[in-house]
Design a protein around this ligand. Structure first.
Ligand code: THG
Length: 278
């Protein structure tokens, strides 16, 4: 499992406050704790509050990468913000760009912009099963967009092992959305058959439980389900220890990690070693 630590995100109050005060201490602490918990990458997202998104992502990148050797996952829907983050980023340790849709009304070539940046940085890319019409709610359209993403990325020189497809998980409590988690599992089944090696599959797991009363239980359960369908990455709260233990146990049960009486301990020491660019 390629675990991407979700916590350096301006959506969280502690990070938002640190950004406003230009206080590195909370960012350094989150970087160190997530690295110690086995994150393969640290997600870096400025959130919506910061007025200067380019300046803010540079500051977050510099602060996080000075604290730990873990590579970063630059998270923005704006290519210019990603470009600013990259300008400050030590890409020699690897980098993941997060994320591009297939296309957008306002920017039909958005995918090419992200692929070009991923290629010149020698990194990987998360692409969303989303197009100019938005996020599809049915299985077939998700799969069609994934096929187009895969083909287009290969044409642009980004191989499937550097592509992470994100089927986009939305809150399960939204009226009418309760069939989406199973639709996503069915889509993952099909996407994994599209190439050999297949593209990676990732998702923003915590989206699923937003606004619910059983957040961790819902996140933990669905991560095990998604892994059993071939998701090999997720943007998760790696500080949730039972969640990481579930990752280790699913990998052991799926015969990807050898069973020993100390498999949990063994997993924790190798959790970050599974990203594609190292
Ligand atoms: N796909 C991709 N990238 C993503 C997402 C995705 N990046 C952002 C997001 N979604 C994944 N990260 C988070 C981080 C936090 C939360 C959800 C997803 C979250 N935060 C609390 C909330 O909103 O309730 C914050 C509250 C607090 O301060 O504690 O749930 O889907 N590619």
């Amino acid at each position: 499992m390629i675990a991407i630590g979700e916590r350096i995100n301006g959506m969280f109050t502690d990070v938002k406050d640190a950004i406003a005060a230009k206080d590195p201490a909370p960012i350094v602490s989150l970087a160190k704790r997530q690295a110690a918990a086995g994150a393969a990458y640290l997600d870096i997202n400025v959130g919506t509050a910061a007025a200067d998104q380019a300046g803010t992502i540079k500051w977050l990148v510099e602060t996080a990468q000075a604290a730990v050797p873990t590579p970063l996952c630059l998270d923005s829907q704006k290519p210019d913000v990603i470009r600013a983050g990259l300008s400050a980023c030590d890409t020699s340790r690897g980098v993941l760009l997060n994320s591009s849709p297939l296309n957008k009304k306002s920017d039909p070539d958005v995918l090419a912009r992200y692929v070009e940046m991923a290629n010149s940085a020698g990194g990987s890319l998360i692409a969303l099963t989303m197009d100019r019409e938005g996020v599809p709610q049915n299985i077939d359209r998700r799969v069609e967009i994934a096929a187009e993403l895969l083909t287009r990325c290969m044409e642009l020189g980004l191989a499937p092992d550097r592509l992470f497809i994100d089927p986009i998980i939305l809150p399960v409590n939204v009226p009418g959305a309760q069939a989406q988690p199973t639709n996503i599992l069915a889509a993952i089944d099909q996407i994994r058959l599209m190439s050999d090696p297949p593209p990676h599959i990732t998702m923003g797991l915590s989206n699923l439980s937003q606004g619910t009363t059983e957040r961790s239980l819902i996140n933990r359960t669905f991560l095990a389900m998604a892994m059993s369908h071939g998701a090999d990455s997720a943007i998760i709260d790696v500080l949730d220890e039972p969640l990481v233990d579930i990752v280790a146990t699913v990998e052991m049960l799926m015969n990807k990690q050898i069973y020993s009486d100390s498999f949990l301990k063994a997993y924790r020491s190798t959790a970050g070693g599974q990203r594609p660019d190292k």
